[in-house]
Design a protein around this ligand. Structure first.
Ligand code: PLP
Length: 462
């Protein structure tokens, strides 16, 4: 059978002739099942080769998600790839590690009553990521509001949720999926996230909760959780309207406890009902794990917990999905054991140091103005400086892409659609040296007329 030359037929994928004998097929259909299969090594090479075109994850400064784990963690994950998180009866130790992680997080976030000796003490679970965690948190808020209203004989047909317009899309999804009116507080001037006044002004008796973000996806800034809670306390005193707060700590709930120990943002604030984080962001695990923890069992309505007995044993479950990989949960526990509190502190402090120094170097170049400086999340956003013409953030992003760097450029939401920024997310595995290489490339792609330093001046030693 003649070999089909690569690229001759858009519907088929060619196979390297090295792998193909006289009597074998030289290509496979791209979009439908072939009649027969391939040897494992050939199939591996075919898929592997195509994936060469994916970007280099370590140069991706757009994502918050972990792109590097050490070899021992990778080995453990490979060993657990066949474990289904939901089979708690079959994999009781994986289930035990999940419960321990929930307890570790509950204590880290100062949940009242989280007892280190009692694995049942904390209320929470693993999820696929912060998006699923947001759905569960939102549902708990909705159900609790409805129960309170019903008990008082009040209508329950017009729930709303208050949050900044800068929320991640998962919260808009929550509102749409469950028919809750999203009350989005717009950006205002140089205020790019939710403020206490903005939140309280939109709350009423139909508000199921306020979402405060630690920190914002748009620019890495922390929302003032304590101020928002205090303003809601005041609203309660004045009007009787009692609105709980959910903290979306997708990134920050794994940063602040370690490097901002004096910041009040967690369950130490009595108004905080629940907190989520992405284990796969600053929890330092590869994609596929998030966490949701409630203040106490009373904050999670009983009707959201389902009991299933068909895997053996009677297991409570309150995640949206049923089957889910166990490897990521095991890897989360590995990171907790491997790093301990001090290890996390050092990793997060280093990420912050890299972000702050990189931000200041970029500010010194001349054509950029920082919106944030990496001192909250190790994330910062910057725009083209006033008076710099003929340069857009989109040009800069595209030019950096030629060297493999992915630095996203985007416009802000209402009421600052006029503002276009670049954003850099510093993660574990992106150190000072890579940051210096990025600055060198940035200098190279900028027209020399806009630079305040010449490329020769910009050597930086650390
Ligand atoms: C503040 C915030 N919330 C939620 C999410 C969604 O998280 P995940 O990707 O884990 O579903 C993100 C992701 O960037 C985020 O930044």
């Amino acid at each position: 059978m003649p070999l089909t030359p690569m690229g001759d037929d858009a519907d088929r994928i060619g196979i390297n002739p090295v792998f193909v004998g006289e009597d074998q097929r030289g290509s496979v259909p791209r979009n439908q099942l072939a009649d027969g299969g391939l040897d494992p090594e050939v199939a591996y090479q075919l898929v592997h080769d195509e994936l060469m075109l994916d970007g280099n994850a370590r140069l991706n400064l757009a994502t918050f998600v972990t792109t590097w784990m050490e070899p021992a963690a990778q080995r453990l994950m490979a060993e657990c790839a066949d474990k289904n998180m939901i089979d708690k009866d079959e994999y009781p130790q994986t289930a035990a590690l999940e419960a321990r992680c929930v307890n570790i997080l509950a204590r880290l976030w100062h949940a009242p009553g989280a007892d280190p000796d009692d694995a049942e003490a904390a209320t929470g679970c693993s999820t696929t990521g912060s998006s699923e965690a947001a759905m569960l948190a939102g549902l708990a808020l909705l159900r609790r509001w409805r129960a309170r209203r019903r008990a008082a004989g009040l209508p329950t047909d017009r729930p709303n949720i208050v949050m900044g317009v800068n929320v991640q899309v998962c919260w808009e999804k929550f509102a749409r999926y469950w028919d809750v009116e999203p009350r989005l507080v717009p950006m205002d001037g140089d205020t790019f996230h939710l403020t206490a006044e903005g939140a309280v002004a939109r709350c009423d008796e139909n508000t199921i909760g306020v979402v405060a973000i630690l920190g914002s996806t748009f620019d890495g800034s922390y929302e003032p959780v304590a101020e928002i809670c205090a303003a809601l306390d005041d609203l309660h005193d004045r009007s009787g309207v009692d609105v709980p707060v959910h903290v979306d700590g997708a990134s920050g709930a794994m940063i602040a406890p370690f490097v901002d120990p004096d910041l009040a943002w967690d369950f130490q604030l009595p108004r905080v009902a629940s907190i989520n984080t992405s284990g796969h962001k600053y929890g330092l695990v590869y994609p596929g794990v998030g966490w949701i923890v409630w203040r106490d069992a009373a904050s999670l309505p009983e009707e959201l917990v389902f009991k299933v007995n068909y895997l053996g044993g009677e297991m409570p479950t309150f995640a949206l999905n049923f089957s889910r990989p166990g490897a990521q949960v095991v890897a989360q526990y590995y990171q907790f054991v491997r790093l301990g509190f001090d290890g996390y502190r050092r990793v997060q402090q280093y990420a912050r140091d890299v972000a702050v120094r990189l931000a200041s170097r970029i500010a010194e170049l001349g054509p950029f103005t920082l919106l944030t400086d990496g001192s909250e999340l190790p994330v910062f956003a910057f725009r083209i400086a006033d008076g710099v013409d003929d340069l857009t953030v989109f040009d800069v992003s595209a030019a950096l892409r030629q060297r493999g760097w992915q630095v996203p450029a985007y416009t802000f939401p209402a009421d600052r659609e006029d503002l276009a920024v670049l954003r850099i997310v510093v993660r574990n595995g992106f150190g000072h040296d890579l940051a210096d290489l990025l600055v060198e490339d940035l200098v190279r792609v900028l027209p020399s007329a806009v630079l305040s330093t010449t490329p020769a001046d910009e050597g930086f030693h650390h």
